[in-house]
Design a protein around this ligand. Structure first.
Ligand code: 6PG
Length: 477
């Protein structure tokens, strides 16, 4: 019982996380269902710190200091449940089980409730940053009880990424809050990736630029407001030459983007909560469209385009427009994502500090970016900001982008280029700021065929029209 913390599941994420703890001076117990993986870690990395390998789960638990902290890093779903059950049967009151994989927050809530009954703490924790982040400093989003955070928080904060000396880790909120926030992080990640790809597509198709030249543009953008990990790696990917064919790497990749499910969870949850996350939803569906092989085969060369060929008089201006459109679309999808977190917090009773979420995403994670500081500042100005876009700073920022954003969406529509995130975020922007929406007509239609009632602009109350009779308006009680 000497180890400060334990990790079970020695695939790359788990072993990198264990190595990160060890490199930071913690005594780390490690375990894997098949012993080979544990041995590989010991063979290669034992010199990095103090590891305590165990062959059995019982020995693994026994090697932990009390109250014990065991991190599970195995596949989401059944494998996670199996490991939780095994760990729980060996642990004692006050011990902490952490699920650091991408679990659905509803599962985390269920598991937390079940373990609480047994006197154990269950912490669902988001960990972002991929393999590299797990090893060198991820962004960590732990849920669970305050008490469990008191025990594990200092260790997590130490191994997390740091920006300006501030750790990219904080207690998110009770039970499933950490996994909820990580889910939305991934949804935003999908939107960012898609809108970047739309900008690339426009440069490639409308301007006829080659991958490497487009890479130069992204490298340039990475010096301004758009500075972020995803823009940086985009430039790198576009500059990469395929070693087999000698062609630009991106040109030899099949245009089919896969997904493991976190984007879809974000959208499904948003639908349940009634929060419009249109940028994230379109990004998720864009991956589905790319993978709809039979449909694409049926449509290719068959569905007519009838596109206009528009002249681009000023290439530099067009690229500048794309940059602004990208920034505006990004602001909308972040605003929508934060709306979803706020709605989730309200629904599930979590006390989530939205500004702190932006703060812990500044480093370590996939969506790390310079502009996240601005989001933190916005919530510092008003913790109950009803809409991120309505913060004075963002209102001004987006205003500077609007003409460019409209030009890009109009150009894409006229030319026949798909830009689901550029266009859906602009539509949302125009809808949310609209004086009046056509929802009035939808509500009237609902009243017509289903007696679903409506409210009036000029007086209080709920009304219905007797559509099929004398069309008299009746007031409902
Ligand atoms: C992260 C990533 C990570 C993983 C996603 C990718 O934050 O480190 O989001 O969690 O790479 O699962 O998701 P898809 O496989 O669905 O693209």
């Amino acid at each position: 019982d000497v180890a400060d913390i334990g990790v079970t599941g020695m695939a790359v994420m788990g072993s990198n996380l264990a190595r990160n703890f060890a490199r930071n001076g913690f005594k780390v117990a490690i375990h894997n269902r098949s012993v080979g993986k544990t041995e590989t870690v010991m063979d290669n990395y034992a010199s990095e710190g103090e590891f305590y390998p165990s062959e059995s789960m019982a020995d693994f638990v026994a090697s932990l200091q009390k109250p014990r902290v065991a991190i599970i890093m195995v596949k989401a779903g059944k494998p996670t449940d199996a490991v939780i059950d095994e760990l729980a049967s060996l642990m004692e009151e006050g011990d902490i089980i952490v699920d650091a994989g991408n679990a659905l927050f509803g599962d985390t809530r269920r598991r937390e409730a079940a373990l609480r009954e047994k006197g154990l703490h269950f912490v669902g924790s988001g960990v972002s940053g991929g393999e590299e982040g797990a090893l060198n400093g991820p962004s960590i989003m732990p849920g669970g009880t305050k008490e469990s955070y008191d025990r594990l928080g200092p260790m997590f904060e130490k191994i997390s990424a740091h920006v300006d000396g501030v750790p990219c880790c904080t207690h998110v909120g009770a039970d499933g809050a950490g996994h909820f926030v990580k889910m939305v992080h991934n949804g935003i990640e999908y939107a960012d990736m898609q809108v970047i790809s739309e900008a690339y597509d426009m440069m490639s198709k409308a301007l006829g630029m080659g991958a490497s030249e487009i890479g130069d543009v992204f490298a340039e953008w990475n010096k301004g407001d758009l500075e972020s990990f995803l823009i940086e790696i985009t430039a790198e990917v576009l500059h990469h030459t395929d070693q087999t064919s000698g062609k630009p790497f991106v040109d030899v990749i099949l245009d089919r983007a896969a997904q493991k499910g976190t984007g879809a969870w974000t959208v499904q949850t948003a639908l349940d909560l009634g929060v419009p996350v249109t940028g994230i939803a379109e990004a998720t569906f864009a991956r589905s469209t790319s993978g709809s092989t039979p449909q694409r085969e049926a449509a290719r060369g068959v569905l007519k385009g009838e596109a206009q060929t528009l002249e681009i008089a000023d290439k530099a201006q067009f690229i500048d427009d794309l940059q602004k459109a990208l920034y505006a679309a990004k602001l909308v999808s972040y605003s929508q994502g934060f709306d979803e977190i706020a709605a989730g917090a309200k629904e599930y009773g979590w006390d989530i500090d939205l500004g702190a979420m932006a703060r812990i995403w500044r480093g370590g994670c996939i969506i790390r970016a310079r502009f996240l500081n601005r989001i933190t500042e916005a919530y510092e100005r008003d913790a109950n900001l009803p809409l991120l876009l309505a913060d004075a700073y963002f209102t001004e920022e987006i205003a500077k982008c609007i003409p460019a954003w409209r030009r890009i969406v109009a150009f894409a529509a006229a030319s026949g280029y798909p830009v689901p995130v550029f266009s859906s975020t602009l539509s949302y922007y125009d809808a949310v700021r609209a004086e009046r929406l056509p929802a009035a007509l939808v509500q009237a239609q609902r009243d017509y065929f289903g007696a679903h009632t409506y409210q009036r602009v000029d007086t209080e109350g709920t009304f219905h029209v007797e559509w099929t009779q004398d069309r008299r308006e009746t007031k409902q009680d």
